[in-house]
Design a protein. Structure first.
Length: 291
């Protein structure tokens, strides 16, 4: 007899995507994310019908968050006997078009790129970065706009590796990808191998300052992390950029924009562009042209 699976789902405002994702990916199988109206993201994961302890842990976590912000109950749906979680989870993913030419494709969907399309294949796995999150989406748009063939790129907080893969596909000569989370590094390594870009990407666990990120190494740095992490890391990103190099700073909510902007201006960065989506903003800065 096959095991019965249950699907857990809850729709949350953007600022609660991170903690709920953490709960779901820690205790559940698979993490799905899709937009649910203008300012909510529907998150889902799967559990075997008999894992009462894992369900209890997820519920405790959600109840704690409910004290801060009423998110409501988690929805639990039993899957039909012949459905396993992977089949169900995969059914929620589709092709995602970003910017002018990028197409993000889960590995199990068959698709041939049309002329001019740049295909980025991913196995979304457990880690963030399927392109559905507004910060990933706007970073992809910014990279597409700024990246010139032959550039060297720093990808800080690489997550699933999606931005590194896109950078190589758009013509970067080399990418250094760093993440402090070992689980993200594992997921990224698989994605880099699967998309055959591992030769152009130096991936390792860590942050800046880093021996792989030498002085004046990069034309472009992308930091899709968080407002606080951007402010803390920017002083270490700056020396790794060539004069006039660009920094794409993301993971920032609208209300945090000013504090990030002030920190970066103080370092000598100047704002050269921005992308907003929902209540998230991605800021693009130029490093000073003379040291």
């Amino acid at each position: 007899m096959s095991m019965a699976w249950q699907e857990l789902s809850i729709a949350v405002p953007h600022e609660y995507v991170e903690p709920i994702s953490y709960l779901f990916s820690r205790y559940g199988r698979g993490l799905g994310m899709e937009r649910d109206g203008p300012d909510r993201i529907l998150l889902r994961t799967y559990l075997p019908g008999n894992s009462r302890q894992r369900l209890a842990r997820i519920e405790v976590g959600i109840n704690l968050i409910n004290i801060l912000q009423p998110l409501g109950e988690i929805n639990i749906r039993l899957l039909p006997e012949d459905e396993d979680w992977q089949k169900q989870w995969r059914s929620h993913f589709s092709l995602l078009r970003v910017g002018r030419h990028l197409v993000i494709k889960p590995s199990w969907i068959e698709y041939e790129a049309a002329p001019g399309e740049v295909l980025v294949e991913l196995d979304p796995g457990m880690a963030f970065g399927t392109g559905y999150h507004p910060t990933t989406h706007t970073c992809l748009q910014a990279i597409e706009e700024l990246l010139q063939p032959g550039m060297a790129v720093l990808d800080l907080g690489t997550g699933s590796g999606i931005l590194s893969i896109a950078a190589v596909k758009l013509g970067a000569s080399r990418v250094v990808a760093l993440d402090i989370d070992p689980q993200a590094v594992r997921a990224a390594r698989q994605n880099l191998r699967r998309t055959r870009v591992q030769k152009q990407v130096a991936l390792t666990q860590g942050s800046v300052p880093h021996p792989l990120a030498g002085h004046g190494s990069f034309d472009l740095a992308v930091a899709n992390i968080s407002a606080r992490a951007v402010r803390e890391r920017a002083p270490f990103v700056l020396p790794t950029l060539k004069p006039g190099g660009r920094l794409i700073a993301s993971g920032i909510m609208d209300h945090q924009r000013q504090e990030v902007h002030e920190s970066l201006e103080e370092l000598g960065f100047s704002l050269s562009g921005e992308w907003t989506q929902d209540e998230w903003v991605t800021l693009v800065y130029s490093a000073p042209t003379d040291p």
